[in-house]
Design a protein around this ligand. Structure first.
Ligand SMILES: Cc1cc2nc3c(=O)[nH]c(=O)nc-3n(C[C@H](O)[C@H](O)[C@H](O)COP(=O)(O)OP(=O)(O)OC[C@H]3O[C@@H](n4cnc5c(N)ncnc54)[C@H](O)[C@@H]3O)c2cc1C
Length: 515
């Protein structure tokens, strides 16, 4: 090609998804450029919630120690009808399976700043702000990108792969010529973010008020902040609703006034359920909102995008390192779509509960849901159902646990001790010795490590409980924390690794599989 500076990967968009992808690739030593049209980070939040799995992915970005300062656990999420009766309650578990709280409430600009700093701190990653992608030319050996500076000057960049993490109105998606499937489920909501002048306790911390006269969401916006969301009613115009005086009037019933709070922003958003029909054409891929959008009632839009990044990062890593052929990248869309479709369905199902403005319909809903007030853990999302998982293994594709282990006598999350990447995890010290030298060397070449968690260091018994209940001796955990597969006895571990070698060295992934 030879037109401009050449990178392994050009990430378009420095939102949370682009930032996480760049960080994960940079941690594996790849040369990455992130191009972002805005000269400065976006100062307003949209997402306020991430789940335990995303907590672990952010930990893999090196941010585990910093998340506590910008987030607080969303211990309870209650759904009440207009008269205060509880219809649904999520909560009750302090820590989710990934070692992080099930629900973490945060302020998006603070998280994005942390992610961007983590990306920019990698010596092989450059973040270029104030440049907009305007053109793509996908060729056999890579992609020629054209970006435009604020002054209107066009500049060439070259990359082996391009990933469009450029949000709902993705330019990359448009340049790929990919169509979008839209379920036609949309509602307008006024989003109001407030900083309270004095600390106040909200119990429950997160609340949906299924009041047909005005469906309302009231949740934490991270430490010191609150988020209210008010649905636009039939007959009400967006302009009428998107007004600071209107926002204050809607906040008043909660004793939130200009005397005790600062209105950080108000904006009307249209929540939609849509996805791109293809996530890869040639050397160009999509991730995050560019690939899918969903209503925010399950707090999963950003989470899904971060999962995309974690899934795609290890595949790009193996392909760029020459360990796997580019066909491995076809597994990305195959692996992510079932999960994304389930999350979109779940978000829409929750939306159908809350977005009811007809009083009779609301009364029917209330009668149907009465008694559903016992706290329940959020439903587990489907794991990986096809792609790089061991066929016929009932545990393959499941999200694996992360527990605490004793390090120098102090409990630490396992990934902080052994790092993230390909991990063969066992509690049996003999398993490591039983693996053939040849397979062990192949595994190590891909960053694979054998991790033996002996009972004495399994501080909370997480691994003992998991291995005992599943009746296996070892598992292979992928870098995105899903299981490739398991072995019932030490004798099966070589076979497990041999299958993994075939899956990564000679991937054959059925195409298609959009949600
Ligand atoms: C009101 C609301 C509440 C939400 N709540 C939650 C929640 O609680 N939990 C959750 O998980 N999700 C939630 N979401 C969804 C979440 O905010 C998004 O899914 C997430 O921000 C998407 O991240 P992204 O990185 O894919 O895209 P974005 O954050 O949109 O980032 C895309 C970036 O690409 C840049 N860009 C675009 N075009 C170009 C171009 N041509 N050249 C260069 N750069 C470009 C943009 O400037 C932007 O910085 C919510 C959304 C809304 C609207």
């Amino acid at each position: 090609m030879g037109r401009g500076e050449r990178f392994d990967v050009a990430v378009v968009g420095c939102g949370p998804v682009g930032g996480v992808l760049a960080t994960l690739l940079g941690r594996r030593g790849h040369r990455v450029v992130v191009v972002e049209r805005h000269p400065a980070p976006y100062p307003l939040p949209r997402a306020v919630h991430f789940d335990h799995e995303v907590g672990r992915i952010l930990q893999a970005c090196g941010l585990g120690g910093e998340l506590g300062a910008i987030s607080e656990p969303g211990s309870e999420y209650e759904w009440r009808n207009g008269s205060g009766q509880v219809l649904l309650r999520f909560g009750g578990r302090a820590v989710g399976p990934s070692g992080w709280p099930d629900s973490n409430m945060f302020w998006q600009p603070a998280l994005e700043r942390l992610i961007e700093a983590a990306a920019a701190a990698r010596p092989t990653v450059g973040v270029r702000r104030g440049v907009r992608l305007v053109g793509l030319d996908d060729r056999a050996d890579g992609v020629a990108l054209t970006v435009e500076t604020a002054a209107g000057r066009a500049e060439p960049i070259e990359a082996r792969y391009v990933v469009g993490c450029d949000g709902a109105n993705s330019t990359v998606r448009e340049l790929m010529g990919v169509s979008v499937t839209d379920l036609g489920f949309f509602y307008d909501w006024l989003i109001v973010d407030v900083a309270l002048h004095e600390a106040r306790v909200f119990d429950p911390v997160n609340l949906q008020i299924c009041e047909p006269a005005r469906p309302t969401t009231m949740v934490s916006g991270g430490p010191g902040r609150r988020r209210w969301e008010f649905m636009r009613l039939p007959g009400e115009s967006v302009d009428e609703l998107d007004d600071p005086a209107r926002a204050w009037a809607l906040l008043e019933p909660w004793d939130v006034t200009p005397a005790n709070a600062t209105l950080e922003r108000h904006a009307v958003y249209r929540f939609q359920a849509r996805w791109a029909d293809r996530w890869r054409t040639g050397n160009v891929l999509l991730a995050g909102d560019a690939a899918h959008q969903m209503p925010p009632f399950a707090g999963q839009g950003l989470c899904s995008g971060v999962r995309d990044a974690a899934n795609l990062a290890w595949k790009l890593d193996l392909v760029l390192a020459g360990c796997s052929p580019p066909a491995l990248l076809d597994a990305y869309e195959r692996e992510r779509t079932d999960n994304v479709r389930a999350v979109i369905d779940f978000s829409m199902a929750l939306g159908k509960v809350i977005c009811i403005t007809d009083p009779d319909e609301a009364a029917e809903r209330d009668a149907l849901m009465a008694g559903g007030a016992d706290a329940q853990a959020p439903p587990p999302l489907p794991g990986v159902t096809g792609g790089v998982i061991r066929a016929g293994d009932p545990l393959a594709g499941l999200l694996f646990v992360q527990g605490r282990v004793a390090r120098d006598g102090t409990p630490a999350l396992l990934d902080d001790v052994v790092g993230a990447g390909w991990r063969l995890v066992t509690m049996d010290p003999e398993v490591g010795d039983s693996i053939s030298d040849e397979l062990l060397a192949w595994f190590a070449d891909r960053g694979g490590v054998v991790v033996t968690v002996v009972a004495e260091v399994d501080v909370d018994g997480t691994y003992d409980a998991w291995f005992t209940s599943h009746g296996v001796v070892a598992v292979v955990q992928r870098p995105d924390f899903h299981l490739y597969g398991s072995a019932v006895g030490a004798a099966g571990v070589d076979d497990l690794l041999a299958h993994l070698r075939t899956a990564l060295d000679h991937p054959s992934v059925p195409t298609g599989g959009t949600p």
